[in-house]
Design a protein around this ligand. Sequence first.
Ligand SMILES: Nc1nc2c(ncn2[C@@H]2O[C@H](COP(=O)(O)OP(=O)(O)OP(=O)(O)O)[C@@H](O)[C@H]2O)c(=O)[nH]1
Ligand SMILES: [Mg+2]
Length: 234
Amino acid sequence: MAKSYVVSLGGAGNNALNAFIKQKSIDATTITIDTDLNITTWASEADIKLFIGENTNGCGTMASPEKGKNAVLMHEDDYTQLINGADIVVIVCFLGGGTGTGGLPETVKISKKSGAKTFVVSAMPLSFVHHSHRDNSEKVLPKVRNFADGVFLIDQELFVEKYREDGMNTVFKKVNEAFSDVIDCILENQEKGIECKQICSEVHDKCAIFLEKIFVKQERNGRKRQRKRSNKFE
Ligand SMILES: Nc1nc2c(ncn2[C@@H]2O[C@H](COP(=O)(O)OP(=O)(O)OP(=O)(O)O)[C@@H](O)[C@H]2O)c(=O)[nH]1
Ligand SMILES: [Mg+2]
């Protein structure tokens, strides 16, 4: 059986991880990583909690990606030890804050360095958040795409449209369920022993309805680029 890890970054990422833990059908070790002590001490149901907020007083980064990046880098050795021997790591976070947004590219890089297939399940901020949060998110995406084997962005606006009248708690619950479906699909296909591109393709086929974008790592050495299956698939 594959050695699988699902890792969340930041507060909203931890909420999605908790939802995954409730419904998961495939065995995976879960790790929550945050600069916010509330998350790592009581809000997380993960198997392992890694607190990385010593330099920000345990209160999160107040939407500073720079602080999020530094916090992850400061704990590179701890994280590397936690995922030692992993075959696959799925990283879960929402873009727009500081810990998840700034820490994501570094967490992806460290996971790749450890030799694990590395996938990201994430979402851009909702349209009503301040434009600076969206700008920060746009900035990190290329860095994430360059290193991850596959990046899946859930389209949160779809869920807002559909469930707006039921309130934001319902919207967030449905978004978290979509995260869980994508994570499950990645892990199920990993168990079948198929390669990363094929895993991306399977997730595309199963979850296309709520995915905004899928980025598949391009092969190097001038080999052919991934054929575009739809405008979501880059
Ligand atoms: N879908 C969803 N989005 C959320 C939730 N909580 C916050 N967000 C949004 O998700 C993005 C990331 O927020 P957080 O995860 O709280 O940020 P963080 O990574 O913990 O970063 P800092 O707290 O700033 O260090 C922001 O755009 C928030 O508006 C949630 O429960 N569900
Ligand atoms: Mg936070």
